[in-house]
Design a protein. Structure first.
Length: 609
């Protein structure tokens, strides 16, 4: 969600802060601000809107400060205004705070502070109370003041603080919101995500929950919840900063759609040995352990949840194990049946999704074995898991997930096949046939992308449509869910997905002349029923575009238009049918003049509940 950057060293801080924040724009935000200690005096500048508005408002060359903190805000408490933007300060403007997360008891703290002093609040935010609370406890030791303030706070947070009276340090603390620190020569950094620091350092520490950090230009000190020193090994970032650049594409989203042949191939390469035996490196589960699981929960949010639905389908189909898929924000608060024989699979692109992380910890407390499917090495979800299956999709900058989704789904196929071998629910030759078909996926996806112009023409004819329906049966329904989410995320057009057999139970009342219906029809055992559903909506005036496999001439007689995907095994169709839907969403968004990479109101990494 919000982006955090901090710098202390021998160089000018402002260019580092602005560059770091620019690398975090993909997380989603609606305002930006910085705080510097210029000649030991606090200077704060913040603006509503894009980072460029902030940058254009400042004469960057005129600031000499070598210490500062910067922030991009995604509104939770209070509208996106200049007053609500971070950093926030205390009454006398000597302490500045930036914060990612939510302080759940901020109203109680606000009342407490009113009782002990006259405070004039400038914003509607929960963050501003942190600055005043730190000030209340400040007696010449910033770390001590932050420590005492945090003891009064409830919620999730990553907080960074600077103070005029101690101009040689930055103090930070983390609970449930991501925070990393970067190591340099006579300079050190902090941020909410690695891309903010890659221009300056590849050496980072991941800060764990309830840990405090003291940064000076000479060193980084980490302390636990009792302010006892913590030793932390250095993590060396190996991926290139260039991987997070557009490389000539108009948007990151389009680049990442086109990177899917590569990301799928890389994920396969990492998970298949030379003799095509499935390799679950990072997951130390014995065959006996796998056999002992009597239930599986897959828990995730948004696009990762849809990948989890694919996971349910393939694990049940291949390994004959019952699977429950739960939305993370609901899982924690419902009745669950988690125990020592439960495998809990957490799915998250960023590995920082707070609802998923909290659900994971709840399941872990009940004795479940935790397996995570994530894209970011060293992320919170990964670190809290017993086993990790990385997707190796590379940095995903566009807020609407594309290549991470297909990589997550692919990992589920491989996991399901591994379970099938252990449980002997599939013959070895059947598994090899499936793996051989999976190895064809990069080439198949490439063929779909080569025809992206056809999808663009279709999008250009439909971008003014104000409602779109997606429908499918069986595993095609799960692809329809993801297609609909991708479409609404970046086009801002009302869309939803439905099981085609449910049309007659209410939804068909919304179908009228010219309504656009996308029908995904790749499952042969449900094919005749799907054709009947297409006929149903066409009879009410719908314009139907079908997604079907090459060679399906029958669909041409029923649908108005057909988008063909390469022929593959039916069980693998979701890896292909989603690609033209991603392109469709992208080109409609472009045609409507939207900011595709940064959809309104959305954030890449959702670190609040």
């Amino acid at each position: 969600m919000c982006g955090i950057v901090g710098y202390i060293g021998e160089h000018k801080a402002l260019p580092v802060l602005l560059n770091g924040l620019s690398k975090l724009e993909y997380r989603g935000y609606d305002s930006a601000g910085i705080a510097l200690l210029e000649n030991n005096k606090l200077v704060v500048n913040k603006k509503k809107g894009r980072l460029k508005v902030l940058e254009d408002s400042m004469d960057v060359e005129s600031y000499q400060s070598s210490i500062g903190i910067g922030h991009t805000r995604w509104a939770t408490h209070g509208a996106p205004t200049e007053n609500n933007a971070h950093p926030h300060t205390n009454q006398v403007n000597s302490i500045a705070v930036i914060h990612n997360g939510i302080i759940e008891n901020y109203l109680k703290i606000k009342e407490f502070l009113k009782e002990v002093g006259q405070i004039e609040y400038k914003s509607e935010t929960d963050t501003e109370v942190i600055a005043h609370l730190v000030n209340y406890f400040y007696e010449g030791d910033l770390m001590d003041a932050v420590y005492k303030a945090v003891d009064r706070m409830e919620g999730a947070y990553a907080i960074s603080v600077i103070c005029e009276d101690e101009p040689d340090k930055i103090v930070a603390v983390r609970k449930d919101s991501p925070l990393i620190v970067g190591l340099g020569e006579n300079e050190n950094y902090l941020a909410s995500d690695i891309p903010a620091l890659l221009k300056y350092t590849r050496k980072v520490h991941f800060i764990e929950n309830d840990e405090f950090v003291l940064l000076t230009k000479e060193k980084i000190e980490i302390f636990d919840a009792f302010l006892q020193p913590v030793e932390r090994e250095i993590f060396e970032v190996t991926w290139d900063a260039e991987a997070a650049e557009k490389e000539g594409y108009q948007h990151f989203t389009l680049k990442e759609i086109h990177e899917q042949p590569k990301s799928v191939k890389e994920t396969l390469h990492r998970r298949l040995n030379s003799d095509e035996i499935i390799n679950l490196e990072g997951v130390d589960f014995s065959d006996e352990m796998i056999k002992n699981f009597d239930k599986i929960y897959i828990v995730a949010c948004g696009t990762a949840y849809h990948a989890g639905l694919i996971g349910k389908y393939v694990i049940e189909k291949f390994a004959n194990i019952p699977v429950s898929v739960e939305v993370a924000s609901e899982f924690r608060y419902g009745q669950t049946f988690v125990d020592e024989k439960t495998l809990f699979i957490a799915v998250s692109q960023s590995g920082e999704t707070l609802d998923t992380l909290q659900s994971l910890r709840e399941a872990k407390r009940k004795g479940a074995t935790i397996l995570s499917i994530v894209n970011v090495v060293g992320s919170s979800v990964a670190r809290d898991s017993h086993g990790v299956l990385y997707t190796w999709a590379g940095p995903e900058i566009g807020v609407a997930s594309t290549k991470a989704y297909t990589s997550q789904a692919l990992v589920f196929y491989l996991l399901a096949l591994k379970f099938a071998l252990v449980h002997k629910t599939m013959e070895v030759e059947e598994v090899k046939t499936m793996i051989s078909a999976l190895n064809e996926m990069p080439e198949h996806i490439e063929k779909i992308l080569e025809k992206s112009h056809d999808v663009q023409l279709f999008a250009d004819s439909q971008f003014n449509n104000e409602s779109v329906f997606f429908m499918g049966r069986g595993v095609d329904l799960y692809s329809a869910y993801e297609a609909s989410l991708k479409f609404k995320e970046i086009s801002y057009i009302n869309s939803f997905a439905i099981a085609a057999g449910e049309l007659k139970h209410g939804t068909i009342a919304l179908i009228e002349e010219g309504t656009l219906v996308i029908a995904i029809a790749t499952q042969q055992h449900l094919y005749d029923k799907m054709l009947s559903n297409i006929v149903e909506v066409k009879a009410r005036g719908a314009h139907v575009v079908a997604v079907a496999m090459e060679g399906d001439n029958e669909i041409l007689k029923t649908a108005d238009e057909v988008i063909f995907i390469p022929k593959t095994l039916e069980a693998l169709a979701p890896l292909l049918s989603v690609i033209p839907m991603q392109l469709f969403a992208y080109y409609v968004s472009v045609a409507r003049g939207n900011d595709v990479d940064k959809p309104r109101n959305l954030a890449k990494s959702v670190t609040v509940e």
